[in-house]
Design a protein around this ligand. Structure first.
Ligand code: ATP
Ligand code: MG
Ligand code: MG
Ligand code: MG
Length: 560
């Protein structure tokens, strides 16, 4: 394609509100244009990349017998009421009313539509299993749309749904999907990890998220270098706190605390006051106070906290009340019981640097623990937390933290939708049973952005060859110069048959054209410049920055 005929509105300056590297580069490279908060037009370069990602997704879905369909974005509320989600989905669901007063949603996901489709058409176990997928715009009224395409309100998703007569059949398809996702994210050159994830409110038994590693990522993942173990922090499991060696005073020390079941017993054993012990179980992380009931302290079941949240003094008598105030799920705090210890939410708690903490090993505690020094702590919603360096659940090695962008998720749904929406099939005995379902999503537009997040330098994007918008970028240094233009025209005509070629034929200054080329990030650049008369051009590799001069006669050999 000739750049003079393209629509690539590159920018010199990054708009102020572009809040991630990929968002900035998508705007600067003229790939997207914002229409409203979280809503974007995809311009030609972006569209070409999306087409390539979608082609890879299609190929891999079809390779595991996925069949493509396209369902409507506009969905009647009746189906959502059947599943119960019209009530439960909340503000993220974009709702609207038609001229007759009927309510609709703009689909954030398609379990309801597909379940109603399949229940009407597939009645026998002989027709199962079946996997259907689509690639389509989804709508979610995200509370905080941000990072450009990473969290939009209208975005492109591949969503697939599978229907089964047996759990074993679901297990098989789930594994096929898992493998297909791994191939897809490898093929688009993402550095990613599949992680064990939380099935949350949707229910269902088993789920993995595919996380592209990137600092901007909104999820924390826990992984080890020693094995494939990786989990979303919400689901991470650890074995015990390793002994952290250091030379400072009051070194972390593991002490034998046989039979200790209460804070009072621990205080007696360590020769401390009870309030010191209890205070040391409360720490401040991310400006919130959480109980340092780290594994091993679970058994200290005589501790009752009177006040530990914010600056308010709240009398809390029961575990339930404490959980309610912390917004924690029942049971997640472990037992917090007993009387009259005043804990105030001020820095004196945080400054205590000789914590006694659980060692996550029966009959052992650590004393003199210093959070900042000994442990890197990440806390999350339900006030569980994980320390960097703790042994991963599989015993393979210490937990490390990384930030990830959720680019995909595979999910065993079970019978949640088939039961509520009455999607049954007749089994081989002729009896009706609810279908067993799986659902599988990939954020296609988010993947595009995640690739840029991982593949760029300070000059612009560096496309992996598998999804590059063009394979070759031909540039005339000076398009007004006849010899250059003629040679470039000739190369363009020759190569556009076998390659996807972008040809910068514009009458712009060479510097402007080179900057744009760096921004757009096509892997191979051919510059037709001063040596055109001698039939010599310059070839440059966008990734390595290497360039060399090549006689036109040897060019094809060199760029293959
Ligand atoms: P998140 O945790 O980031 O909000 P999600 O878990 O709500 O995502 P899913 O319901 O699992 O998302 O949807 C499948 C995929 O769609 C996600 O893995 C993600 O790649 C993509 N996706 C979800 N929400 C958005 C969004 N607002 N913008 C772009 N892509 C999204
Ligand atoms: Mg979400
Ligand atoms: Mg998620
Ligand atoms: Mg998800």
């Amino acid at each position: 394609m000739k750049q003079s005929k393209m629509f690539i509105p590159t920018l010199r300056e990054v708009p102020n509100d572009a809040d991630s590297k990929s968002h900035q580069l998508l705007l600067k490279a003229g790939m997207i244009k914002q229409v409203a908060s979280g809503v974007y037009s995809y311009l030609p370069i972006a569209k070409r990349v999306l087409n390539k990602i979608e082609a890879i997704v299609r190929e891999e879905m079809e390779a595991i017998d996925g069949v493509e369909i396209l369902m409507p974005a506009l969905q009647p509320s009746e189906l959502w009421s059947e599943s119960g989600r019209w009530q439960s989905y909340g503000a993220e669901l974009m709702r609207m009313t038609d001229r007759h007063g009927r309510e609709f949603a703009l689909g954030p996901t398609h379990e309801e539509i597909i379940t109603s489709l399949v229940r009407d058409e597939l009645k026998s176990y002989k027709k199962l299993p079946v996997t259907l997928f689509q690639i389509q715009n989804k709508f979610r009224d995200e509370k905080r749309p941000r990072f450009g395409l990473l969290r939009g309100r209208e975005f492109i998703m591949k969503d697939a749904y599978s229907f089964h007569a047996t759990e074993e059949s679901l297990d098989e398809t789930y594994q096929d999907m898992y493998d297909a996702y791994s191939r897809i994210f490898s093929r688009v050159n993402l550095n990613f990890r599949p992680v064990i994830a939380d099935s949350g409110a949707i229910g269902g038994s088993h789920t993995h998220e595919f996380m592209a590693l990137a600092e901007i990522g909104e999820d924390t993942i826990c992984y080890t270098d020693e094995s494939d173990y990786a989990a979303n922090i919400e689901k991470a499991e650890v074995k015990y706190v390793p002994n952290v060696a250091h030379t400072e005073e009051k070194a972390l020390e593991k002490v034998h605390t046989p039979g200790v079941k209460t804070a009072q017993q621990l205080a007696d054993l360590l020769g401390k006051r009870l309030d010191e012990i209890v205070k040391s179980m409360i720490v401040k992380v991310d400006d919130q106070f959480i109980m340092f009931l780290i594994r091993g302290h679970h058994e200290l079941n005589d501790v009752k906290v009177k006040s530990y949240f914010g600056t308010e003094t709240v009398e809390m008598a029961t575990d339930e009340e404490i959980q309610a105030i912390l917004g924690a799920t029942p049971g997640s705090l472990g037992p917090v019981g007993v009387e009259k210890i005043e804990i105030y939410a001020d820095n004196s708690v945080q400054d205590l640097n000789n914590l006694s903490v659980g060692a996550n090993e029966t009959d052992y505690h650590y004393v003199n623990a210093n959070l900042g020094r000994d442990f890197n702590v990440k806390a999350f919603d339900d006030f569980r937390f994980i320390l960097e360096g703790e042994m991963a659940a599989d015993g393979s090695g210490p937990i490390k933290f990384a930030e990830g962008i959720e680019v995909g998720q595979v999910f065993k749904l079970g019978t949640k939708y088939s039961e509520s929406m009455n999607a049954t099939f007749l089994n081989d005995q002729g009896r009706a049973e609810p279908m067993i379902m799986g659902c599988y999503g990939i954020g296609v537009s988010r993947t595009l952005s995640a690739v840029i997040e991982q593949h760029h330098d300070d000059k612009g994007i560096i496309w992996p060859t598998s999804i590059t918008p063009f394979e070759i970028h031909i540039i005339t240094a000076n398009a007004k110069q006849d010899t250059q233009r003629e040679l470039a025209d000739q190369l363009y005509d020759a190569y556009k048959r076998d390659f996807e070629v972008l040809y910068d034929d514009r009458n712009e200054r060479a510097g402007v054209k080179f900057n744009d080329a760096d921004l757009i990030g096509v892997p191979v650049r051919i510059v037709v410049g001063k040596q055109a008369a001698d039939e010599i051009v310059e070839v440059k590799n966008r990734r390595t920055g290497e360039s060399f001069e090549v006689p036109v006669s040897e060019l094809e050999e060199k760029i293959k």
